[in-house]
Ligand binder design. Structure first.
Ligand code: SPV
Ligand code: MG
Length: 576
């Protein structure tokens, strides 16, 4: 049985309240409820995080953030597109300020259909004429809609909605337009009878008197909504006592954003520096958090595997470099210049060419001198007393994707990394099988399931063991099995391989001599635990830097990697 089909048998979860049901509950609630304005996805998220239970998608604010006037200059589809971002930013119910409904009854019907499709909980329409003007701009001169025609719009909206909880709020402009209390009450009653779920009574006075008078006369015939932008000094308790259902804080996030933007823009323009503003604004990390960047990273790890993924690398570079003391008084080996740029830069450039972009360098000796551009530097503070595995342990926990683990003193031809990162095995190492190499070098002899036989191209070879030191000299050595090559210090792991490495490392940490252990012990522990480590054979085409002679050879090698550079053919040098 697949995981999917067994999931289908799980008991159904209790249904969540829909956004429209939540808005309806707020309107029906005996408590005074509040909507805060939002005008885009970011402000919608901020409203939710502040604790509000619902959002007012303000026409004034949405048009203003577009930089246009509140005169239906933004088209209704542009508004609806913005609502989609706002709805995506959370799960709060959104009440759209739908102006006049953007046309006649037919436009309202289409609007309601589109709002329902995008998860918007309700719409408020006002009894003015399309195209409208904001009520605080010459409100008394604005013509009102014909009552019958407006009731037709309300009925059309209610007949159109599929979701019984979708809310239609009818906004009465009679007080603003100077028609008086009786007309306001007459209209509100007509709209209620036409099917409106609530009445928004608007006022532009600086005192709440006419709103409170209206509420008294209305006498709880249905939910009342108010927008106290102008009568803001009225204590909220007064609205509560007057039996108001819902208060809309209509434009305060837009206005506060404008305050902040004006202040910072003026300051930076005048001072020509950012130094005075940095501490007055949120850090970039807070913007990432508000965008939910963490969720993206987690999803990337889950879904974006293979070559398209951002690959990680850990470069073990804690040592000073034995035999190179004269050159490393002020820097670690990895910062030694090779043909004009530090060894680290050669490595990083090589990694980046193959989408290995998340690079951690574990430093130790003179870690302060490691150039951090393009890499994350972590420090093994105990580098003088530890081996490579202690350095690896400093970095591995932070890595969760495919990872390349590398010695910090390597130069290699581009194809070596390409072939390694394209290898589908969970664990893979690069072994140099070139004759003579294993006999000359001092460590990391690789014993493999088969030698490098080009006739067997394509069939996997597995690593069987890595031996740090050379086999003993003398007659015993000739009898001893010979290694198939030398591990060059590159290990590639898939996400699964990484889990195996973490588990093996955790096991080795239990050993009393963990501090002395190096990478070969990890490879051998993996193999002992049953892991298959695939071998990719190369024939030269890499350099390790262990002493002055290596350094000179690395310089020649690096020159050959530069445009128009030429390296002596492999094998033509005494040490190739
Ligand atoms: C809005 O927020 O766009 C409103 C409320 O319609 S008001 O600006 O007060 O008219
Ligand atoms: Mg408006």
């Amino acid at each position: 049985m697949t995981a999917r089909s067994s999931a289908a048998l799980e008991p159904a979860r209790p249904p969540q309240a829909t956004r429209s049901a939540k808005l309806r509950a707020m309107l029906a609630s005996a408590e005074l409820e509040f909507l805060m304005e939002a005008h885009n996805g970011l402000s919608a998220r901020i409203v939710r995080e502040a604790g509000f239970k619902g959002i007012w998608a303000s026409g004034l604010s949405i048009s203003a953030q577009f930089g246009v006037r509140d005169n239906n200059e933004a088209s209704w589809t542009q508004v609806v597109d913005m609502l989609e971002f706002m709805a995506d930013a959370g799960d709060l119910p959104i009440l759209l300020d739908g102006d006049t409904g953007y046309g006649n009854f037919n436009n309202v019907r289409r609007l309601v259909r589109k709002l329902e499709q995008r998860g918007i909980a309700g719409v408020c329409i006002e009894d003015k004429l399309f195209p409208k003007t904001n009520s605080f701009l010459n409100g008394e001169r604005q013509p009102l809609a014909d009552v019958e025609e407006f009731c037709g719009k309300i009925a059309a909206a209610k007949d159109t909605q599929q979701d019984p909880d979708f809310c239609l709020v009818a906004r009465v402009e009679a007080l603003i337009a100077g028609w008086g209390m009786d007309e306001a009450l007459r209209r509100a009653e007509a709209y209620r009878r036409a099917g409106a779920d609530a009445i928004l009574i608007h006022s532009k006075l600086s005192k709440a008197d006419e709103i409170l008078a209206f509420a008294r006369e209305w006498a709880g015939r249905g939910p009342l909504v108010i927008v106290p932008t102008r009568y803001y000094s009225t204590p909220t308790a007064v609205f509560r006592e007057a039996g108001i259902s819902l208060v809309i804080w209509a434009n305060h996030l837009l206005r506060s954003a404008a305050t902040a933007m004006q202040s910072i823009a003026r300051e930076v323009y005048g001072s020509q520096t950012l130094v005075n503003v940095e501490d007055r604004i949120v850090p970039v990390e807070e913007i990432f958090r508000l965008q939910d960047a963490g969720e993206y990273e987690a999803a990337e790890r889950q879904y974006l595997t293979g070559s398209a993924a951002t690959r990680a690398a850990i470069v073990l570079a804690a040592t000073r470099g034995r035999g190179l003391e004269a050159l490393t008084t002020d820097r670690p080996k990895i910062m030694l210049p090779i043909a004009g740029k530090p060894l680290l830069r050669w490595m990083v450039d090589g990694f980046k060419r193959h989408q290995v972009n998340d690079i951690t360098v574990v430093g130790g000796y003179r870690a302060d001198a490691i150039d951090p551009s393009g890499v994350r530097v972590v420090v093994n503070e105990r580098y003088e007393h530890t081996g490579e595995l202690a350095s690896l342990a400093c970095a591995i926990d932070a890595v969760e994707s495919d990872v390349l683990i590398s010695y910090g003193d390597l130069l290699f031809r581009s194809y070596v990394l390409r072939d390694l990162t394209e290898c589908r095995a969970d664990l893979a190492v690069v072994v140099d099988s070139q004759p003579g190499v294993a006999n000359r070098t001092v460590r990391d002899f690789a014993y493999c399931s088969r030698g490098d036989d080009r006739d067997l191209f394509g069939s996997p070879v597995l690593l069987e063991r890595v031996v740090s030191k050379s086999a003993p000299a003398g007659p015993v050595a000739t009898l001893a099995p010979q290694p198939q090559g030398r591990w060059i210090g590159l290990l590639n792991a898939s996400a699964r391989g990484l889990a195996l490495i973490k588990a093996a490392l955790a096991g080795l940490k239990g050993r009393h001599d963990f501090d002395q252990l190096d990478m070969p012990e990890l490879l051998n522990a993996l193999i002992a635990g049953g892991a298959a480590i695939e071998v990719l054979y190369v024939h030269g085409h890499w350099r390790g830097v262990n002493d002055l002679e290596d350094l000179q050879r690395a310089v020649d090698f690096a020159h050959a990697q530069s445009p128009l550079g030429q390296e002596a053919p492999e094998g033509s040098r005494p040490h190739d």
